[in-house]
Design a protein around this ligand. Structure first.
Ligand code: FAD
Length: 481
């Protein structure tokens, strides 16, 4: 008899776990309360990148003369058409996933799942019926939802979550984004290109304050966003938002999380906008799942605790994806990778999950991508490192595209010359970080990258130029900033 595996949550963590478990011969049921694809497909990766594709096209058309194009009139977005395209792209993806699940005979049940006890999961379907599913192994993949700021609660109309923004059928003239993290900065760049005046408020001292990004990368991005006309307010928080009839008045004040900078005025500031988008983080979807009935341990806001094998504290129950929380990057490809390992372990493998080479891509303009250790992270581990940068403007393809902002930075271990991490800023660097992931994962040295011939003229040449420069023999080297 094959093992019964039930997967709770049909996002990229859950549906990929279901696929892998079915491929390994299990009898699999996937329970999803909304739509297959989860946050990634419906409120995250895919819809934001559909919007970004249009935003980039508009930017390119704005620079049309430089690119040798004659075009009458000013190109502008039609948000209704854009939302229709977004729905179409999402539907195509969703249909594809459903077909794969059906081909693998994964039983897909739409409904809200809740653990009833060892080996038993209850499901309430939208029509109000209840089902009871037996399981030998349970994989929890219930994801996360936008965190609400008590001083600025979502109303879905003028104070929006990142999910609400993806339904807008009108581009706000003036938008204030609370939170200069990944989602806040991505939405800021998109909304700016689509025609909104954008303000970004960040409580910490830098944008994109991720451990895997060194402060110089944040500074470069801040400069690029300001150049695009985005107003950035660092070390500030939103104190309150008041309705002014013609708009929302947002009052900013100094961040209580930071010591005031000497000699800087700590005055409040008022900004008038039409929409406020709150992107201050995510919270787990773990309450109400019945975790306590099995003794599944959680921590912090309710993030599910797992060991290296992705097993929870309850026997036969593992967990993957965003529900594990921000101690690892909250990204779709990581959720899927964890989903595969959790499924394999559920069916008898004994794999530990390795978080050393997880790439992050931030779809701002220009894009940011990184993998492995930043310089600061390497130093905090006591590693003796070297680092080097190569500017994007030194790459022929960047000049061809007319997108020269950015740089690549490599961090390596002195002595072995092993590549520990890479940080990239520039056009389409989300496509380049895959190669860097391989380099970090395989423990490649600078020389390995330098000796790998890359096609010309491509953006990927920046990695070869960077490694030659890091080895002290720059070919087209332009000194870093
Ligand atoms: P989710 O995708 O959240 O899926 C969880 C699923 O579980 C949901 O469908 C939910 O309905 C279901 N569920 C929860 N509770 C129950 C229950 N009791 N019963 C049944 N079903 C239940 N990541 C990237 O890698 N690249 C990007 O470009 C990117 N862009 C993003 C942009 C935005 C605006 C946001 C918000 C996120 C973005 N992410 C991106 C992050 C990515 O979406 C998440 O990391 C990913 O979706 C996590 O996958 P998951 O399977 O863990 O959870």
């Amino acid at each position: 008899m094959s093992l019964k595996v039930v997967v709770l949550g049909g996002g990229p963590g859950g549906y990929v776990a279901a696929i892998r478990a079915a491929q390994l011969g299990a009898q699999v049921t996937l329970v999803e309360k909304e739509r297959i694809g989860g946050t990634c497909l419906h409120w995250g990766c895919i819809p934001t990148k559909v919007l970004k594709a249009t935003a980039e096209l508009l930017d390119a058309l704005r620079g049309k003369e430089e690119m040798g194009i004659e075009l009458e009139g000013t190109p502008k977005v039609n948000p209704v058409w854009l939302m229709a395209r977004k729905r179409k792209v999402v539907e195509i993806q969703e249909t594809g996933i459903l077909k794969i699940l059906s081909r693998l005979r994964v039983c897909h049940i739409q409904g809200v799942g809740r653990i009833l006890g060892p080996g038993l999961l209850g499901v309430e379907t939208p029509s109000g019926e209840s089902e009871r599913l037996e399981w030998d192994r349970l994989i929890l993949a219930t994801g996360s939802r936008p965190l609400c700021l008590p001083s600025v609660p979502f109303d879905g109309e003028r104070i929006l979550s990142s999910s609400d923004v993806l339904e807008l059928e009108e581009i706000p003239s003036r938008t204030l984004i609370v939170g200069g993290g990944v989602i806040g900065c991505e939405l800021a760049c998109i909304l700016k290109s689509l025609g909104s005046q954008v303000h970004v408020v960040e409580a910490l001292e830098r944008l994109l304050p991720l451990p895997a990004l060194d402060p110089d990368s944040s500074t470069l991005m801040e400069r690029e966003m300001r150049k695009r006309g985005i107003q950035v307010y660092l070390r500030q928080v939103v104190q309150r938002v008041q309705d002014q009839g013609g708009g929302l008045e947002v009052i900013l004040g100094p961040s209580p999380a930071l010591e005031p900078l000497p000699g800087r005025l700590q005055a409040s500031k008022a900004i008038l906008v039409d929409r406020v988008v709150v992107c201050v983080g995510r919270e787990p979807v773990s309450r109400g799942l019945g975790l306590e009935s099995l003794g599944v341990e959680v921590h912090g806001r309710g993030w599910i605790r797992v060991n290296q094998m992705l097993e929870t504290s309850a026997s036969g129950v593992s967990a993957v994806g965003d529900a594990l929380g921000p101690s690892r990057p909250m990204l779709a490809h990581l959720a899927s990778a964890e989903g595969m390992v959790a499924a394999e372990n559920a069916l008898g493998a004994n794999k530990g999950f390795n978080y050393e080479a997880v790439p992050s891509a931030i779809f701002t303009s220009p894009e940011v991508a990184c993998v492995g250790l930043s310089e600061l992270q390497a130093a905090s581990l006591g590693l003796e490192t070297g680092s080097e940068k190569f500017l994007m403007r030194g790459v022929g393809k960047a000049q061809i595209l007319g997108e020269i902002a950015g740089q690549a930075k490599v961090v390596w271990e002195k002595g072995t010359q092993r590549i520990l991490g890479v940080q990239l800023i520039g056009p389409m660097v989300s496509e380049l970080v895959g190669e860097c992931t391989l380099a970090v994962r395989m423990g490649m040295r600078l020389e390995d990258l330098a000796q790998s011939i890359h096609p010309h003229p491509t953006l990927s040449e920046i990695l070869v130029e960077l490694s030659h420069k890091a080895m002290g023999m720059p070919v087209h080297g332009i000194a870093g900033p």
